[in-house]
Design a protein around this ligand. Structure first.
Ligand code: DLL
Length: 442
């Protein structure tokens, strides 16, 4: 089933014409409404009237995550606050989140593109949809929720976590479609099997999985364990949230980008020049229709390929491959984006902790865990003495660890195991790039 055949199977020429019209309007719109874009376009001597179509896209300035930080919280909004219906936020590179806003029309467009994803994932109107993405500032929960309602599912807004309850509802409510992170889907599958539940007794047909990188091996494993389909969904808050692209169940070979709303480039991350279709580069999006916070050429930091080859499902929109890596140091731990710089921000000024740390990420089964090793201040170490510092049960150390865990949780929204290090024990730069993140998940 194709949700919006007229748009999703549009011949390329017609699609490009639509994109060109929308891009020209967008250039006028942001120039008039967003001071940062006016300044950047003026500096580059680009007038809105120079942007006549998609072939002029390269003239427009890039947008980076740091631009959102520099304009925190609402400086890139193109409409008065009275027209902003909702805000969401994701991890920034420091203690402050990255904020995005939506008008009523933006929410409506989001529901439309997310509804397309349900169709692509093999959902049927009337299906029970169990939404195990987190509800809240994260775009996953509400984004999928509105898409499912638009599509005509019955939504179970269970949100993330609580595996026992997830399984109970899968069994008792007859869930046909479920959405969560891929690592959580595998945890769930293992638990279902461990409890001796026959997967055939469940009605679930499709898992819509995204928000973190995953692999073909994980797909094969999940599909074999539960006898369901697993499809990939992609999105990011700065551009929209879930629904920017989604695999079709027919091909399961790349995610169709909603190209009528998101103009896509794949660029060499160092030069900013386009790479050929099929070559790996950074995927960059320009939002063609967003009102509250449109972005020009947003540098996602996500590395992937793109293809415009015909797809067996009949959709003409380009497909992006799996995310193969990042151009920056962002990690995704249990579906939550984490920048190492946030850890520093969480620790700085928190006596007796220091911002000298090492981050170790591991995966047991399918669950990520993170350990943060943090150096304590000299004075604290001296006052306590070496012997007490070596005693894991020491009261004072307990308190400091709890304080560190809370400080990290306040900024990251994640629980971390904390180990305290004596002064001088955390990694230091030895001239080269300081390595203090150890991702041991692979
Ligand atoms: O993760 C939106 C989302 C929610 C997508 C639910 C899919 C499902 P952010 O929290 O802003 O938004 O994180 C965006 O997550 O730049 C990618 O690095 C990563 N990411 C998202 N989807 C995928 C995916 C949501 N399917 C960042 N595969 C993006 C790999 C993904 N990485």
């Amino acid at each position: 089933m194709i949700w919006n055949p007229e748009i999703e199977t549009m011949p390329r020429a017609a699609l490009e014409k639509l994109q060109s019209e929308r891009l020209a309007k967008l250039a006028e719109y942001v120039y008039a409404r967003v001071p940062m874009y006016k300044q950047r376009m003026d500096a580059a001597k680009v007038r809105p009237s120079d942007i006549r179509g998609i072939h002029d896209l390269h003239k427009l300035p890039f947008t980076k995550k740091s631009d959102l930080r520099d304009n925190y919280p609402f400086g890139l909004f193109a409409v008065p606050m009275s027209e902003v219906t909702r805000v969401h936020a994701s991890s920034g590179t420091t203690g402050k989140p990255t904020v995005v806003g939506y008008t009523k029309n933006d929410i409506d467009m989001w529901a439309e593109v997310a509804a397309r994803c349900f169709a692509m994932s093999g959902a049927q109107p009337g299906d029970m949809f169990q939404n195990a993405y987190g509800y809240g500032l994260f775009t996953g929960g509400l984004g999928m929720h509105y898409g499912a309602e638009r599509f005509g599912c019955t939504v179970i807004p269970i949100s993330g976590g609580n595996t026992a309850r997830q399984i109970l509802l899968l069994q008792d409510f007859g869930t046909a479609v479920m959405a969560c992170t891929p690592s959580y889907a595998l945890t769930l599958a293992d638990e279902i099997l461990r409890l001796g539940i026959d997967p055939k007794s469940l009605k679930v047909r499709s898992f819509i999985l995204g928000a973190e990188p995953w692999t073909e091996e994980m797909r094969t494993e999940l599909e074999a364990k539960l006898g369901t389909h697993a499809v990939n969904i992609y999105g990011l808050s700065e551009v929209l949230g879930p629904g920017v692209s989604n695999e079709c169940i027919e091909a399961k070979s790349g995610m169709h980008i909603a190209e009528d709303h998101f103009l896509t480039e794949v660029l060499n991350p160092s030069t900013g020049e386009p790479v050929a279709d099929g070559e790996v580069g950074e995927i960059v999006f320009t939002t063609l229709t967003k009102e509250a916070m449109p972005v020009l050429r947003y540098r996602t930091g996500d590395l992937c390929t793109i293809t415009r080859e015909k797809c067996i499902c009949g959709r003409t929109h380009a497909r992006m491959g799996r995310i193969l890596g990042r151009t920056d140091d962002m990690l995704i731990i249990r579906g939550v984006n984490v920048f190492p710089s946030q850890i520093e921000a969480a620790l700085v000024g928190k006596e007796p902790l220091t911002p000298h740390y090492a981050l170790i990420v591991t995966r047991e089964g399918h669950l990520d865990s993170m350990e943060v090793q943090i150096e304590v201040h000299d004075a604290f170490y001296r006052d306590l003495g070496e012997a007490r510092f070596a005693d894991a049960d020491d009261e004072a150390l307990h308190r400091v660890r709890a304080y560190a865990r809370k400080s990290l949780h306040d900024v990251l929204g994640l629980n971390a195991d904390v180990t305290l290090l004596a002064p001088g024990q955390a990694p230091r730069s030895e001239g080269g790039k300081l390595k203090r993140v150890f991702d041991r998940r692979k």
